[in-house]
Design a protein around this ligand. Structure first.
Ligand code: FPP
Length: 247
């Protein structure tokens, strides 16, 4: 496995590895279309890349990886495509379970997972529980995730606490909102990568991404390699992050 590293060990040591990387896994459909294949084939190829890139991030020492697997808007796709994706999630979550355990990866799902079938919900809980004690990479899988829905859910949780007289309106601040998001206790993403050539965030981590470095790449997700991740990290290292301050 060591040979699949794209960056050599001395190169990674000289680089700042982002603590938290977000990836919008986009371009599966176009990848398949270009080959005259069904969109499902593209998702299948994309799932393989998800597994490969997760393991690579873990080995690079990335602490948090958030992947956008299914958005709140993706339910509007044709039913056969949605069904295919649900089956693919089941298959992959089952298959990756061992990989993740061996790699000391902790899996966490972000999004409203209650909308999934009972079977998939049980699998999600199983994967989360099985990896709970892992101390390595935290892998957030965003499924039925929407950034706006996440903020609405935080507002509701906070409002309930106000109604129960547990907190006052004056206590609402940025920390309180962050604490009520799915990414509670996690650092904001340093780097967000979107392959496929689209240059937008599409409802991915709108609160958390305000100071993320954004890298849009012209490669379709199923073609994304460890080398592409290296290139994104190299570009990230050239960015001057000031967080609104003067250096
Ligand atoms: C976007 O590409 C991709 C998705 C909606 C699905 C992503 C899911 C995977 C890669 C599987 C991951 C598996 C697990 C278990 C997390 P698109 O279909 O919008 O591509 P297009 O823009 O070219 O049509």
């Amino acid at each position: 496995m060591e040979s699949s590293f794209a960056l050599k060990k001395n190169e990674t040591q000289a680089l700042k590895i982002p603590k938290h990387i977000g990836i919008i896994m986009d371009g599966n459909g176009r990848w398949a279309q270009k080959r005259g294949l069904s969109r499902s084939c593209g998702h299948k190829a994309g799932a393989k890349v998800f597994r490969k890139i997760t393991l690579y991030c873990s080995r690079l020492g990335v602490e948090y990886l958030t992947v956008y697997a299914f958005s709140t808007e993706n339910w509007h796709r044709p039913k056969p495509e949605v069904n295919f994706l649900m089956n693919l999630f089941e298959q992959y979550l089952n298959e990756c379970l061992e990989d993740f355990k061996d790699e000391n990866i902790r899996v966490n799902f972000i999004g409203d997972t209650k909308k999934f079938t009972q079977k998939l919900q049980r699998l999600i809980s199983k994967v989360e529980k099985a990896s709970q004690s892992s101390t390595g990479l935290v892998l957030n899988i965003a499924m039925n995730y929407g950034g706006r829905a996440e903020i609405v859910s935080a507002v509701k949780k906070i409002s309930q606490r106000i109604l129960a007289n547990e907190i006052t309106i004056d206590e609402i601040d940025e920390n309180l909102i962050s604490e009520n998001l799915y990414t509670f206790l996690q650092p904001d993403p340093d780097l967000i990568i979107r392959p496929s050539g689209e240059c937008r965030l599409s409802n991915f981590l709108p609160w958390q991404s305000v100071y993320s470095e954004l890298i849009f790449m012209n490669v379709l997700w199923p073609d994304f390699t460890e080398k592409d991740l290296d290139n994104a990290i190299l570009q990230y290292n050239k960015r001057d992050r000031r967080f609104g301050k003067v250096k």
